[in-house]
Design a protein around this ligand. Structure first.
Ligand code: ARG
Length: 461
């Protein structure tokens, strides 16, 4: 039989152990302990300052909470499943610490606003940490991009060689994605940086509480303005899961490319040994496991988003126990995204780029066909006609094993009198990249501007 519950007054019989275990959240919400203590400290200070509790009572509780915080930091707080969740565990530990005055802490408060407060404090903290990790990853991308402005590689559409581009341009595309991710998290912070504390169970309280004071003490920028919404809103977590889903989708795309790039067929990069694994049977293998894992972990984050959306979709106002299911997915998403960001930054900053292989790959292909068509169009030929002529030439070349830069000048002259000797310069992939200086293009000047902007944004200029 379980011990007496903090809510046990109106009950004649106790929960059976296995039922109690089903309802308990302490197995995972113990992670909220420091935030729960922080929230309780703010609450009791406010109870003291507003005269709801006497100065002595408030002081005794504050000191008791301080002791629990120290014990938490020392790793000596033990929780009990019989106390269901982190809130009741802490209240029970506080009672052991300071006696029955602990029972006054819960005045003008409910676990409903308490758990919401904990989640807001927790996620605020995590959003800050994730923001820093994202900043670091963006910085790594910019650093590598700076070294590879003139590293020429094939640009792809349909995974077919399309036009040559700069590796820096390719990396800066991911920089843009991760910048948008940061912006999304910053917006997410606006909705997270609000205090639900004082909404009480659902309707507010008759005690003369000061919600602004507790919000201030906890470092929140504002408060929820509707008590029903305050205790039942989980949009800030949904936004977080959605933002993380988009972020891990970006990470996954980059991983997919790295996996291709380090394959034998591409040979564009080598990942460091410290981010690769071997095979238990094939001695030659060096596998990009970490990149594959990030790609794979996108599944669980999408799953957590779908999970919470489903939990929320039919919930009547205000608190329902279903909401206890909001935590594990969020915790797992936080852990997964933080580790994935670290791994990605580490993997990128330690990889070796094989610029020669990248360049060579743009020399044994037809990715300069657009250059020839544009060349003719610039000399007055309608682009459609130029496209047709070059298409036919590519067909002829691929049948006879030539590339456009190998065609003798006499053949070009026969093709069109518009073609002059400078065509060979034009057909070089380096030239093709250099000249694409339309706004946002892969041209070196555009990349330099883009790098400046990025560094300005990162605050590293
Ligand atoms: N463990 C609960 C949760 O995570 C705390 C709130 C419980 N409130 C209640 N009325 N049962 O949601």
């Amino acid at each position: 039989m379980a011990n007496h519950k903090l809510w046990g007054g109106r009950f004649e019989a106790s929960l059976e152990d296995w039922v109690e275990e089903f309802g308990a959240s302490i197995g995972f919400d113990y992670r909220l302990a420091p935030y729960d203590l922080q929230g309780s400290l703010a609450h009791v200070k406010m109870l003291g300052q507003t005269g709801i509790l006497t100065q002595e009572e408030a002081k005794a509780i504050e000191e008791g909470l301080g002791t629990l915080l120290a014990r938490y930091q020392a790793g000596t707080l033990a929780f009990d499943v019989g106390n269901e969740d982190i809130h009741m565990n802490i209240e029970s530990l506080l009672t052991q610490e300071i006696g029955s005055v602990a029972g006054k802490l819960h005045t003008a408060r409910s676990r409903n606003d308490q758990v919401a407060t904990d989640m807001h404090l927790y996620l605020k903290d995590q959003l800050q940490q994730i923001g820093q990790k994202l900043w670091h990853l963006r910085q790594v991308l910019v650093t590598i991009a700076e070294e590879h402005v003139e590293t020429i590689m094939p640009g792809y559409t349909h995974l077919q060689h399309a036009q040559p581009i700069s590796l820096a341009h390719h990396l800066l595309a991911y920089y843009q994605m991760f910048t948008r991710d940061s912006q999304r998290f910053a917006f997410n912070m606006e909705h997270t940086d609000l205090s639900p504390l004082g909404a009480a169970a659902l309707a507010g309280t008759t005690f003369p509480i000061d919600r602004e004071l507790t919000a201030n003490l906890m470092g929140f920028k504002g408060v929820y303005h509707n008590s029903l919404d305050a205790v039942s809103d989980r949009d800030f977590i949904l936004e977080f899961l959605s933002n993380c889903s988009i972020l891990i989708m970006h990470l996954s795309r980059l991983c997919e490319e790295l996996i291709h790039w380090c394959s034998y067929e591409y040979g564009f990069v080598s990942l460091s040994d410290t981010f690769s694994t071997g095979s238990s049977i094939m001695p030659q293998k060096k596998n990009p496991d970490m990149a594959e894992l990030i790609r794979g972990k996108s599944g669980r984050i999408y799953g957590h988003l779908m999970g919470l959306l489903t939990i929320m979709k039919s919930l009547p106002l205000a608190y329902n126990k279903d909401l206890q299911e909001d935590k594990e997915g969020m915790f797992d998403t936080v852990d997964t995204i933080k580790k994935s960001l670290d791994i990605m930054a580490g993997m990128l900053s330690t990889m070796t780029v094989h610029s020669d292989r990248m360049l060579a790959s743009t020399q044994g292909d037809f990715s300069n066909a657009t250059e020839l068509a544009d060349y003719l169009a610039k000399k007055g030929l309608p682009f459609r006609e130029a496209h047709e002529i070059v298409g036919k030439l590519v067909l002829e070349c691929s049948k006879s094993g030539f590339y456009l830069q190998d065609i003798p000048f006499s053949r070009y002259q026969k093709l069109s009198p518009l073609i002059e000797e400078d065509i060979y310069q034009v057909l070089q992939s380096h030239t093709a990249v250099q000249k694409r200086n339309s706004l946002g293009g892969t041209g070196f000047e555009q990349i330099s501007l883009e790098l400046e902007r990025a560094k300005q944004d990162l605050g590293t200029l």
